[in-house]
Design a protein around this ligand. Structure first.
Ligand SMILES: *Cc1c(COP(=O)(O)O)cnc(C)c1O
Length: 457
């Protein structure tokens, strides 16, 4: 039987409809940088699934009744109890978003000169590891390098490489192992429970703390129930509890799987570490019972955490993404296989084979989606990951030229996704007509947010 969303639409927001000419002008004004496009010029916004989910009536009811007390508000206790329902961490802290959680945890858990090992560090995660004076090293499993492989858990860390590093000459410098679930930087692929358990065992053997970057804990749990032996009979909530129980601590942006516009959390077991995190939290974010969030944010998170583990919701969301993936494949465009849940990663390098990496095929496809259909999405290719010389020429291309279509939670209908697939099909019929791009301005720091480019006609 086909699944359907376990909710109906009660409040809607109009989306802008624009002409091709208006889009051409808007994109040129933005210097061909998607982050500089005003949202009122975007029809379907697939730039991110962060903070873009539709809130429920129950979330808004909680927000309306929120308690804004500075210390010990009712809203804080509801936030804490929702997290305690999923995790078993004795110390939980609210923060305003994921990167603040990273900054606080890593600046206490990591010492300068140490190494953080991960399946893949997300970009802000890597930045915060480096700001703590440590080095971020990614050890994705080998299957992740084959975009077409349908291996069910391509988000796994390479256990062999992890053991080798921990027992090798750099072993004593490893300050943490951080597993990102699902692996956002690695195609949105899930991590298996077997892999998480093996990481736990290795961390025990070598005395290294094991943390989770758990922004998409519910989607990872859902994929475990669907793909891993022995988990078919478990609920996503049970799998989430089992996942969190394995770790020494976590950071989580709650703008993803808490379906909240704003919010994040830190959880740790170690009392001493908790004390240090709390001191930085209070000094830089807010008191320990609100951490930079308003009572309404705490309430939306508390309710969102209950809604997100509903198997009917997760089943339908995963099926919509899988359906979207099939439409895209029928349109003649390859994606990173197998389809995950929160987004699809288009293989732009393969679609635009005629284009050299220094023409930025991923960015070119993203621009074309906007110009042809008002669809906004982000490049994950040489523009984002490549290295450049001082004249903005590409020196080392990224291994793959990808484009991420992130799918906001509960926000778009299947008809919207079908429209996106239609626009892609039109582009795929005539890929040679897609123009190249050149970088005209690129700052050293946070390059992809602040780039300027020009079209080569
Ligand atoms: C979004 C995200 C973050 C950062 O969270 P923000 O709330 O955007 O600051 C960290 N890690 C992963 C895996 C994410 O997806």
């Amino acid at each position: 039987m086909k699944s359907f969303p376990p909710y109906r639409v009660q409040v809607v927001k109009e989306i802008p409809i624009t002409t091709r000419q208006e889009r051409e002008e808007a994109l040129a004004r933005a210097g061909y940088n998607m982050f500089d496009l005003p949202a009122n010029m975007v029809t379907i916004d697939l730039l991110t699934d962060s903070g873009t989910g539709a809130v429920s009536a129950a979330q808004e009811a909680g927000a309306a009744a929120a308690d804004r007390s500075y210390a010990g508000s009712d809203s804080w206790f509801r936030f804490k109890s929702a997290l305690e329902d999923l995790t078993s961490f004795p110390h939980l802290f609210p923060v305003h978003q994921g990167r603040a959680a990273e900054r606080i945890l890593f600046s206490t858990a990591l010492k300068p000169g140490q190494i953080s090992l991960s399946n893949t560090h997300f970009d802000t995660t890597r930045a915060n590891v480096e700001l703590a004076g440590a080095q971020a090293r990614d050890l994705p499993c080998p299957e992740a390098a084959d975009l077409d492989s349908r291996d069910p858990f391509k988000g796994n860390i390479d256990l062999g490489a992890l053991e080798e590093t921990l027992s090798g000459p750099d072993g004593s410098r490893v300050g943490q192992v951080l597993i990102t679930i699902t692996n956002n930087g690695g195609g949105g692929q899930p991590v298996s429970m077997a892999n998480l358990k093996a990481v736990r065992a290795l961390c025990d053997r070598f005395g290294v703390p094991f943390f989770l970057d758990a922004a998409r804990f519910a989607e990872n749990s859902w994929l475990i129930t669907q793909r891993e032996e022995g988990y078919a009979g478990k609920t996503p909530k049970e799998v989430a509890q089992e996942t969190f129980a394995l770790a020494d601590g976590f950071v989580a942006s709650l703008k993803k799987d808490a379906i909240a516009p704003m919010g994040a959390a830190i959880g740790v077991r170690d009392e001493n570490l908790a004390k240090q995190c709390e001191a930085i939290l209070i000094a830089t974010e807010g008191f320990r019972t609100y951490g930079g969030l308003g009572g309404h944010d705490l309430e939306r998170v508390a309710q969102g955490l209950r809604e997100v583990v509903d198997p009917n919701y997760l089943r339908n969301r995963a099926e919509e993404t899988a359906h979207f993936a099939r439409l895209i494949n029928e349109a003649g465009v390859d994606i990173v296989q197998p389809a995950g849940v929160h987004g699809l990663y288009l293989n732009a390098g393969r679609l635009l084979q005629h284009m050299p990496p220094h023409g930025f095929p991923g960015h070119a496809l993203a621009c074309e989606l906007y110009l042809a259909g008002g669809i906004r999405c982000a490049e994950l290719g040489s523009l984002y990951l490549g290295t450049f010389d001082d004249e903005h020429n590409l020196i080392t291309p990224a291994p793959f030229e990808l484009v991420r279509l992130a799918i906001p939670r509960r926000t778009y209908t299947l008809a919207h996704l079908e429209y996106v697939a239609d626009v892609l099909a039109t582009i795929a019929k005539n890929p040679e007509s897609v123009p190249e791009y050149r970088v005209t301005h690129a700052p050293q720091l946070l390059r992809h947010f602040n780039l300027k480019l020009r079209q080569v006609s």
